[in-house]
Write a protein that binds this ligand. Structure first.
Ligand SMILES: [Zn+2]
Ligand SMILES: [Zn+2]
Length: 235
């Protein structure tokens, strides 16, 4: 980080002391303040290496290459990467970000996503945020996915907000197929914006994969050839 930014962060922290999103300890240096995490907590968050599904990115148990769920149903996306399990401290991380608006965590997530972009050679893909449900910004004051995407844009990545979403009923009680049916036609491509040839869809949590599936299928119907995705958490 630049010296001037460092000093500004330290002054801000002196006036409004910030604490670690996970353990609440005071943050001590510019790096910790930047990410909103103390060094110990930050280092305790690990990407679990090992075999992952070559479609949805979830860890494989006894399957080879593709998980059972991705084998059972055709998927429109080419490949998803998912960072952390949606449990324990990882889940807490999202709660602190999404609901308590610990904004520096976006810097941390962005860095992790950029790591994947580099490793997977997705530098030419155009970033497409998953569209929020209508009214979300009004109710909660923000869209945590779009905020994260803005952080990704800084290192000169292109962003295309071509996907939109119409009102839909709550999805919690539905299974994957029902969710996909429910979302079809509600997520659509803005006709005035050309969908990118190679898209990289960004979302926070990958649960059944229905949102990613519908986003990918809509993008492909609108001219995308490849659709990749990165989710912060898998459930
Ligand atoms: Zn901590
Ligand atoms: Zn899978």
């Amino acid at each position: 980080m630049h010296m001037r930014q460092n000093i500004l962060l330290l002054i801000k922290n002196y006036l409004f002391p910030s604490d670690c999103a996970l353990c609440n300890d005071n943050l001590l240096n510019a790096d910790e303040i930047k990410y909103g995490l103390c060094m110990n907590c930050k280092e305790s968050l690990v990407y679990i290496e090992g075999e992952r599904c070559n479609k949805c990115g979830k860890p494989l148990v006894s399957e080879i290459n593709t998980c059972l769920s991705c084998r059972k149903s055709e998927v429109s996306y080419d490949r998803i990467w998912a960072l952390f399990p949606y449990t324990g401290k990882y889940k807490e991380l999202l709660t602190k970000y999404k609901f308590l608006k610990k904004l520096p965590l976006a810097e941390y997530f962005a860095e992790k996503i950029l790591d994947i972009i580099n490793k997977a050679e997705l530098n030419d893909a155009i970033i497409v945020p998953v569209p929020p449900r209508p009214g979300k910004k009004k109710e909660t004051g923000w869209d945590q996915v779009d905020y994260l995407v803005k952080k990704l844009k800084k290192p000169a990545k292109s962003v295309c907000r071509c996907l939109k979403r119409k009102k839909s009923s709550i999805q919690k009680e539905l299974n994957r197929e029902e969710r996909i049916e429910n979302l079809k036609g509600r997520i659509y491509c803005n006709k005035n914006i050309q969908a990118p040839k190679t898209a990289l869809v960004i979302d926070d949590v990958f649960t059944t994969g229905s949102t990613m599936e519908v986003c990918a299928s809509v993008l492909k119907q609108n001219g995308a050839e490849k659709v990749y995705g990165i989710c912060l958490f898998y459930d």
